[in-house]
Design a protein around this ligand. Structure first.
Ligand SMILES: Cc1cc2nc3c(=O)[nH]c(=O)nc-3n(C[C@H](O)[C@H](O)[C@H](O)COP(=O)(O)O)c2cc1C
Length: 193
């Protein structure tokens, strides 16, 4: 039965910028996630999904790149979005990726790992939480926020910030609780996807 398989969680790297720090953050997170062998975590780099600017809901005319992205989203039970803060918001590439799907996000949990200047990406995530609700997702309260990531990682890629491991623990425990609960609920609901 599907509900007995491991939850499949996509870790979405939201920055596509040349020279991005997001890659370091995502790699660190993926190592942290080894603490949960009971779930599958798949890193998804938006650079590998070059999507056109969203121009309308036309599933019958989706190009192959969009369909590949939508299929990836559909197959997941939950998401962790890794996002920087750009001008008090989040990257346009991330918004485009969110807008290209709808039903595929519905009734699934999403957690956020942010980074940025003194606000550590919190402003970007506050906006993402509103978007997530509109996509009928369950945004997880616990968040990992990394201030000044350019000074945060050592040569081995480890994060030298106290409390980070614990923050990941709280966030992922909660995400997986919701991923399991909502998958079971979706399985009993013929309307939900
Ligand atoms: C276009 C742009 C706008 C930015 N605006 C903000 C901002 O509003 N708040 C902030 O904390 N950092 C801001 N920054 C700094 C980024 O958080 C920092 O450069 C971070 O490394 C970006 O993530 P990335 O390297 O993965 O793309 C901005 C960076 C860019 C490129």
């Amino acid at each position: 039965m599907a509900s007995e398989t491991k939850p499949n969680i996509l870790v979405i790297l939201g920055s596509t910028r040349e020279g991005r720090i997001g890659e370091r953050v995502a790699r660190w997170l993926m190592r942290q996630l080894r603490r949960w062998p009971e779930a599958d975590f798949v890193l998804v780099d938006l650079r590998d999904y070059p999507l056109p600017i969203y121009e309308g809901p036309s599933p019958d005319h989706r190009d192959a790149a969009v369909q590949r992205w939508v299929d990836k989203v559909a197959a997941a039970d939950g998401y962790i979005v890794v996002t920087p803060e750009y001008n008090h918001g989040y990257p346009a590439a991330l918004k485009s990726a969110l807008d290209h799907a709808y039903q595929e996000w519905n009734r699934k949990p999403v957690a956020f790992v942010s980074y940025g200047g003194h606000a550590a990406g919190y402003r970007a995530v506050e906006q993402l939480r509103l978007v997530a609700v509109e996509l009928q997702m369950v945004p997880i309260r616990e968040q990992v926020a990394i201030q000044s990531p350019w000074t945060a990682f050592d040569a081995q890629g480890e994060l030298s910030r106290s409390g980070a491991d614990e923050a990941v623990q709280r966030m992922v425990d909660d995400l997986l609780w919701w991923a399991r609960a909502l998958r079971q609920a979706r399985a009993g609901d013929l309307v939900a996807v």
